[in-house]
Design a protein around this ligand. Structure first.
Ligand code: OAD
Length: 246
């Protein structure tokens, strides 16, 4: 694995960086990805588990699925890719970490104020009034928790298929993509929109697009440089290059 020469030329003077991550970055922490041979969407149907319609039809099943995923994520810890991204943030004057992951691992690794485009699986909100009553509410004896304010159904605070992204958070991500000089795509298949629009926004603004992924993706052909490796190799190498060259 090597750092593209064009990126090495850019690294000493880059002042603005935006990094967008996906499930591949948490894979080595033990969080399953969605696509690929062992991906969650190979075993489960998103239309039955990750949409408002599915939730209103059968909230218990949807809660069971999220309880299962919360359990999977209970003991996971940030890996060297999350940590390297948090350190990279301290080296660049203007830096934004944008993630599609709902596991909260970037925050835990020390990223200051990451954009969580698809929400956070540890939080809840009310499907009716939108209130966030806290993370302690869970499925108890098969009963879906109710909102203490309005009695509506509580749900995990993740973005489901067919739902809009949180507009203020997406706005932060879009502005960062527009103004950055380097846009890094790490561990994402790049097939879910509107998240996948961000590298195009960055490219239109003149940014260098770097992909870090062991496999080719839908977005590879638009990348200016590629590190074909796992995130725990590629991101620490990128960090080392920045540390040496700045
Ligand atoms: P995917 O599961 O679609 O893609 C995971 C990507 O990670 C693939 O491109 C893999 O090649 C790559 N990968 C696997 N192991 C890796 C490693 N160790 N290091 C680096 N890369 C690795 O996950 P996302 O792109 O995050 O949405 O999926 C996007 C969205 O689709 C998710 O946020 C979720 C899902 O439906 C919602 O829940 C709304």
């Amino acid at each position: 694995m090597s750092i593209p020469a064009t990126l090495l030329e850019l690294a000493p003077r880059v002042k603005s960086v935006c990094v967008m991550t996906g499930a591949g970055v948490s894979a080595e922490s033990g969080v399953p990805t969605f696509r690929g041979t062992d991906g969650l969407w190979k075993k489960f149907k998103p239309e039955e588990l990750a949409s408002v319609e599915a939730f209103l039809r059968n909230p218990e099943i949807v809660w069971e699925w999220y309880s299962y995923r919360r359990k999977l994520m209970e003991n996971v810890r940030p890996n060297s890719a999350h940590l390297a991204m948090a350190e990279l943030e301290t080296l660049v004057p203007d830096f934004l970490l944008v993630t599609q992951n709902v596991d909260g691992l970037h925050r835990e690794a020390g990223s200051a104020d990451p954009v969580e485009l698809h929400g956070n699986i540890r939080r809840n909100h009310c499907q009716s009034c939108g209130e966030d009553p806290g993370s302690e509410f869970k499925l108890e004896d098969g009963h879906v928790p109710k909102c203490p304010s309005c009695g509506g159904l509580l749900r995990p605070s993740v973005v489901w298929f067919g739902e809009l992204l949180p507009m203020d958070e997406f706005g932060r991500a879009e502005r960062a993509a527009k103004r950055c000089e380097l846009f890094v795509l790490a561990g994402t298949s790049g097939v879910v929109w509107p998240a996948a629009s961000l590298p195009f926004t960055a490219k239109t603004g003149g940014a260098y697009i770097l992909e870090i992924n062991p496999e080719e993706t839908e977005l590879s052909r638009y990348a200016d440089g590629i590190i074909r490796s796992r995130a725990t190799e590629g991101v620490p190498s990128l960090l080392s290059a920045f540390k040496q060259l700045r």
